[in-house]
Design a protein around this ligand. Sequence first.
Ligand code: PGA
Length: 252
Amino acid sequence: MGRRPFIVANWKMNKTVDESVGFVEKFLPLVSGVEDVDIALAPPYISLMPVSRALQGSSVALAAQNMHWEEAGAYTGEISPGMLRDAGCRYVILGHSERRQYFGEGDGEVSRKVLAALQEGIVPVLCVGETLGERDHGRTFDTVGGQINGGLADVVLESGQDIILAYEPVWAIGTGKTASPEEAQEVHSFARNQLSDIFGNNVAGSIRILYGGSVKPENAGVLMSMADIDGALVGGASMEPDSFAGIVRFGN
Ligand code: PGA
């Protein structure tokens, strides 16, 4: 269906400004000549501007890891969509399981953020995924379906607007346990059907669905070979330029 692969580095709460910029300097030469894959880096907030400058002239995009939904105001410690845009962000990761688990984010907040990002012209990367308990109790589709419907509530995609979905089974994040390509594909296909119900087949067919959870250079290729896996959201293995470049170059 011609969906361009999209590989995103999520550095979480790692790397100083110097380390972030140092990564970019080492990483860009490693991916020069890669033209058939979209790439984005999501550093911590304080590194957004310096990384944005370091990425200038390259095709690697900048992403944020979170944001508030309001444009401005008395929200101590928060960052607005306009600020991210100003810093050069093209994408924002929303509803990551760590935000849901440690910071109490629910589908209500996530959906306000998704709408605010779209309004600002930032592409939301909406994260969904079940815990081990939910999988063991046969609740994977309920959970993922509920998070997709909840996170995309009231979203109407206008032409030119894009969203990205990221399926990240919570039990596979940072644990070294990857969902098997078949397990992941099963949920990706379910997610695409859900997107079809919301947006219709054409739009759903164009939305990229990333897999996340212990993606490494060694397993990226086989995951990416599955029909509905269009990219990867990478934590641990995105921390070193060589290993992240190895994932970006999954096809080679
Ligand atoms: P991981 O993290 O690659 O370290 O499992 C993925 C994520 O949380 O986005």
